[in-house]
Structure formats: structure tokens, C-alpha cells
Design a protein. Structure first.
Length: 134
């Protein structure tokens, strides 16, 4: 038997086998994860991301942060543009840090000078992350 004939017979057998199976066996009846669960996870992830972005933007738009950025001549527009470009993990970490800094400052655990240095470091980190990703 020639190679072409063998290939033809193999393809014919495969087609016969596929078409002889019941349709129920070919379609996926039970999904591992329902579309509703996937949708809910996406909505939750999106809400968490937006909440983190809002926290960070609020922190950098505060008076002490604005003053610190002006002192060092860091471009606030660059920082604002870089924030949404961060990954979910980076956003979550930065949001935790900004929450902690705000709480420490409100409790008097940080001086204005310490807060200024921290803001400069965070803004620089955001810009560096954006540059590295580009």
C-alpha cells in the first residue's frame, strides 16, 4: 500500500470515528468553573484594582505629597500616568504602603521630613517601574 493511500485510510478512519460519536460526548457539558464564577472573579478583581488605584492617587494628591514632589521637581503627571500601568500585585503593595504611611503620619509616628523622603521614594519607584516596563 502506498503512503498516500495509508494517509487517506487513516484520515477516513479518524473522520468516521469522530462523526460516529454522540454529540453529547463531543460537547463539554460540565465546566470546571462556571461563567458566573468567572464573571464574579473578574468584577471583584477589577473593583479591587480600581480601589487600589484610587487609594494611591488620593495619597499622591494630598498636600504633603504635592509639596514633597514639588521640592524634588518630580513630575506629578508622570506619577499619575504610571499608576494605572502597574500590575495588580504592584498596585496592592503600593496601596498597602500608602495606607500604612498615612496611618503612621496621622498617629504622629512620622515627621514631615520622613514623610517627604518616603513620598519621594515611592514616586520614584512608580516612575522606575514604568520605565522598566517600557
Amino acid at each position: 500500500m502506498s503512503l498516500k493511500l495509508k494517509n487517506f485510510v487513516a484520515y477516513a478512519f479518524a473522520l468516521f470515528f469522530v462523526f460516529s460519536l454522540p454529540c453529547q460526548m463531543l460537547s463539554a457539558q460540565d465546566h470546571v468553573v462556571s461563567t458566573q464564577s468567572l464573571h464574579q472573579a473578574l468584577v471583584s478583581s477589577s473593583a479591587t484594582r480600581q480601589n487600589n488605584i484610587s487609594k494611591i492617587e488620593k495619597f499622591f494628591s494630598s498636600q504633603p505629597a504635592q509639596a514633597a514632589l514639588e521640592k524634588t521637581k518630580l513630575n506629578m503627571k508622570q506619577v499619575q500616568q504610571a499608576i494605572p500601568a502597574l500590575s495588580n500585585q504592584e498596585l496592592a503593595q503600593l496601596a498597602r504602603q500608602t495606607d500604612k504611611i498615612q496611618n503612621d503620619f496621622a498617629a504622629g509616628a512620622l515627621t514631615n521630613q520622613q514623610l517627604t523622603y518616603i513620598i519621594i521614594a515611592l514616586a520614584t519607584a512608580v516612575i522606575v517601574i514604568l520605565i522598566v516596563k517600557a
